[in-house]
Write a protein that binds this ligand. Structure first.
Ligand SMILES: [Zn+2]
Ligand SMILES: [Zn+2]
Length: 650
């Protein structure tokens, strides 16, 4: 029998007969590893312990201690176990697909009657029975005719359609969890008892079209989440509860910040309160950019397809673009335009006006660029995923030698802004060359080395994202962690050798010859819309005082206090503080409750005593105590708090 050589993570190679399985390799390495093994990596592919290995490969054995593979298997096995449970309870249900996603999995079922929330507990109980039974998981490869006949006999039309979509010649793998069989790529655990019975929960039911196609049957999707133990599950459920309380769509309503409506999907109607936060943040960013050595520009929204053809977007990005046909009355030809999905090609147009010399570089060109991208309506989510948005975009035109300096400078710029906005910590991810790419290896070597060195010199460690760079250059991504532990990728810096070439950007070098500049695409916030969503959720609506839209509400307790209320509000306004009056004939407790829901940071209650003493009674959001203060002292305090962080004397 042919021998193969398997290289272990420690670099040692062992010789085995071809067709050996990872289960046998693990047991050969040590008895305890043989017992603990759950799956393997074979040349980077996640490999079932039962699958034979036919050729030389690098192999690593996984155990439950390896989070990535362990969670993938637990979640995937649970998808099968759930489908089995559903069919054991309701034998007439047809099964379709059930992938692992995010923190769990879902499975789509075809059933005439709708599932109701009470069914979830019943399915969970059945799943726990299946787990307790420790049923073995086994797998076989079948030929197509046998598989189709099997599903015809079983009355599972969706599975037959899935098989027909798998390319001819690809093996069809079957898996059994006890007596229950499913068509599945695998890999899986070895028996149902390996799934932690108290680490999962069924979360919700939703409708989903078969294959995502709205002309096909509507199926019922059941979502579950799963972790390695009860503690991790509980932490996740607590985070979800906390996230629901902070949901920016709900807070957006309660704080009267914005709304969205059917006639403009994925686009925001900013109300006065929301627009106040938006423009305050934009003013702050504009000051930072000026200090950071950027020039600000503005470019058109509707741009002829010719430019998008030249930039390559027409070819590669058209599915995400809003196409605008203009049929002008006297035009001989229809002009086909697109709403700009990004600003880069327009910035090159500005760069290209006039002759640029090496002395003009680096040229940092910023735009609060309004962009439109077609996102499928199902993907839209409040401010977090929109169709119309404004980026804090900039392009740095520089030489290859300047990449490192500019990157380091950008990381310093970005970290200062994140700190000001309440995010002291962020992570850096580095993505290097993908398989399909433009540019020579020498240029890639140089720019990858520049990004690594810049990140290190800026004092940050980075995670590697091998092969995840754009085809036009490597990139850095900056990921914030919010108050409840969720990650948000916001900032980015991407090196681009291709666009300057495509749009023929040049500068005259010190040698008097023409050269190509490199472009660095970079953003700190990403888009204002999404970043505001993140800010609202991070602070649970209690925005820092300088960003709060209504900083102070002056609320009368008795109508005799109206005049003093007016005077107080006017004094606040002239101190640069955003104040609002509430002179309604309502109880003060009612007013306090309403403005607390609206997340107003400071409520001043003014009654007869305050009028007489020319004071105000101060109540801070989230505190039940009030304090009586003289107006002047309060103005000094609030004026300091209202000053944006970059304008404070430190
Ligand atoms: Zn599966
Ligand atoms: Zn760009």
């Amino acid at each position: 029998m042919a021998q193969i050589s398997l290289t272990l993570p420690d670099g040692n190679a062992r010789s085995y007969p071809a067709g050996i399985t990872p289960a046998e390799v693990a047991a050969d390495i040590s008895t305890s590893l043989g017992k603990k093994a759950i799956s393997a990596s074979v040349d980077g592919a996640h490999w079932d312990l039962q699958w034979p290995i036919e050729a030389d490969a690098a192999i690593a054995i996984h155990t439950m201690a390896d989070d990535g593979p362990a969670l993938e298997l637990i979640r995937h096995d649970l998808a099968h176990i759930m489908a089995r449970a559903v069919q054991e309870i309701w034998p007439d249900v047809k099964v379709t697909i059930g992938p692992v996603r995010d923190k769990g999995w879902f499975y789509d079922f075809d059933r005439a009657e709708p599932f109701v929330p009470e069914d979830l507990a019943r399915i969970e109980a059945k799943m726990r029975e299946i787990i307790a039974a420790r049923d073995p998981v086994r797998t076989e490869v079948w030929d197509r005719a046998r598989a189709i006949q099997h599903y015809r006999d079983a009355g599972e039309p969706f599975k037959i359609e899935l098989i027909e979509r798998i390319p001819e010649g690809e093996p069809l793998r079957m898996y059994w969890h006890g007596p229950w069989q499913d068509l599945c790529r695998g890999p899986h655990l070895q028996h149902t008892g390996q799934v932690p019975a108290d680490g999962f929960k069924l979360m919700s039911i939703a409708g989903a079209y078969w294959l995502g196609d709205n002309t096909r049957p509507m199926l019922q999707r059941i979502y579950g989440v799963a972790f390695k133990d009860r503690k991790a599950l509980k932490a996740h459920l607590t985070m979800l509860e906390e996230a629901a309380k902070r949901d920016h769509r709900r807070l957006g309503r309660e704080m009267n910040l914005f709304h969205m409506q059917e006639e403009a999907p994925g686009q925001v109607f900013w109300h006065p309160n929301g627009w106040s936060v938006y423009t305050t943040l934009q003013d702050y960013m504009r000051r930072q950019q000026r200090r950071g050595g950027y020039v600000e520009v503005n470019t058109p929204q509707v741009v002829d397809r010719k430019l998008w053809e030249a930039s390559g977007h027409w070819d590669k990005y058209q599915d995400h673009m809003f196409i605008v046909e203009v049929d002008e009355e006297h035009a001989r030809e229809k002009a086909i335009n697109a709403l700009k999905p990004m600003n880069c090609p327009c910035h090159v147009q500005i760069f290209n006006v006039g002759v640029k010399s090496y002395r003009d570089l680096p040229l940092r060109m910023a735009e609060f660029g309004s962009c439109n991208r077609y996102e499928p309506s199902g993907a839209l989510h409040g401010l977090m995923r929109v169709r119309g948005f404004t980026q804090d975009d900039a392009h740095i035109f520089c030489t290859e030698d300047q990449i490192e300096d500019e990157t380091r400078r950008f990381i310093g710029f970005l970290s200062g802004i994140y700190r000001d906005l309440g995010f002291a910590d962020f992570r850096v991810k580095f993505s290097d060359r993908p398989e399909k790419r433009s540019g020579s290896d020498a240029v890639w070597d140089k720019s990858e080395a520049a990004l690594r060195a810049a990140t290190e010199k800026a004092g940050y460690a980075y995670e590697e994202n091998p092969g995840e760079g754009a085809f036009y250059g490597p990139k850095l991504e900056f990921v914030l962690t919010d108050a409840i532990g969720r990650d948000w990728q916001c900032g980015t810096l991407q090196v681009d050798f291709v666009l300057p070439e495509r749009l023929d950007a040049t500068y005259i070098g010190a040698d008097g010859a023409k050269h190509r500049p490199v472009m660095l695409h970079r953003a700190v916030l990403g888009s204002f819309e999404r970043f505001l969503g993140i800010l609202i959720e991070n602070f649970a609506g209690k925005l820092p005082f300088w960003l709060a839209p209504r900083q102070v509400v002056v609320a009368s307790i008795v109508s005799a206090a109206d005049d003093w209320c007016h005077e107080v509000a006017a004094a606040l306004e002239s101190a640069g503080i955003r104040a609002e009056l509430d002179l309604r004939n309502e109880k003060i407790n009612y007013k306090v409750r309403e403005h607390s829901v609206g997340k107003v940071p400071v409520i001043l209650a003014v009654g007869a005593r305050e009028v007489e003493e020319r004071t105000v009674s101060v109540r801070r959001l989230g505190e039940s105590r009030t304090s009586t203060q003289a107006l002047d002292a309060l103005l000094d305090t609030l004026r300091a708090e209202a000053t944006p962080p970059d304008l404070r004397a430190s």
